[in-house]
Design a protein around this ligand. Sequence first.
Ligand SMILES: N[C@@H](CCC(=O)N[C@@H](CS)C(=O)NCC(=O)O)C(=O)O
Length: 307
Amino acid sequence: MAPVAPASSVKEELPPTLTATSPPPSLFDGTTRLYVAYICPYAQRTWIARNYKGLQEKIKLVAIDLGDRPAWYKEKVYPENKVPSLEHNNEVKGESLDLIKYIDAHFEGPALLPNDPAKQTFAEELLAYSDSFSKALYSVLLSKGENISDSVAALDKLEESLSKFEDGPFFLGNDFSLVDIAYAPFAERLHIFLSDLKNYDITKGRPRLNLWLEELNKIEAYTATKWDPQELLTITKKRIGIKVEEGGEVRRRGGVEKAERRGRELAVQITPLPRSGAGGGEAAAEERRVAGQRKAMRDERRWVAED
Ligand SMILES: N[C@@H](CCC(=O)N[C@@H](CS)C(=O)NCC(=O)O)C(=O)O
């Protein structure tokens, strides 16, 4: 059975998104900060790594509104002006793949790369390929779903890679690793977009990919970073200029969400949310946390909804 990260269950209220009028945090004061945009899949990689290692207290999240970016971010933090970036030991580093390796190597928590040399070699190979995989997502989006042959080939390659090690559901076998983290945000989006745009289920005929997605969705370090699929779809469609039907923004609650539009159905597994009125105490606190998280994520909409 796949292991569940021991340290990742710390619940966290997400900080609000900073805009052009927000003052900077007190930069270079010794605090380690991970600058993200909640909507960004590259930033999501680093956010998952930080959560999985249980670093919610050690690495503070700072969310940037990419559509209304504070000038200080480029001027004082990260001249490339992209997310993610990491402020650590008075330096700022970028590039999501470098950052997930850096976070794994420089902080405590469960190791995200195995000791087995064969697995390490395979990890390097798959990490090097992961940005080509992300292009499969963008080719679907840019062609508005017309050309999915690149994505199909990329997904077939994932299925094949997932069968390399038989000892577990993840890319490197039984242990969740940097490789799973590098692919998860992009596979999640391909799953949602291909289902909606092409009525194409990426898991059909790909049992390993199906199992991998199921196991991923049991890891809270990952599910805490996920968008509601329906919202992600609506926002992304607006950004790429696909008309969104009335009611497309409605969110529904539950472990499995179904969004019915024009007779088509998209069923995507998402993090179960607590029920309304579930009582006081822990359930209510959890509900407030999730509501705050969704609000913080929604505040970023401008960047993706206007262009
Ligand atoms: N290669 C970079 C890509 C990061 C990236 O493109 N981030 C986007 C948001 S998803 C960004 O910051 N875009 C702002 C811009 O390009 O101005 C990485 O892996 O970190």
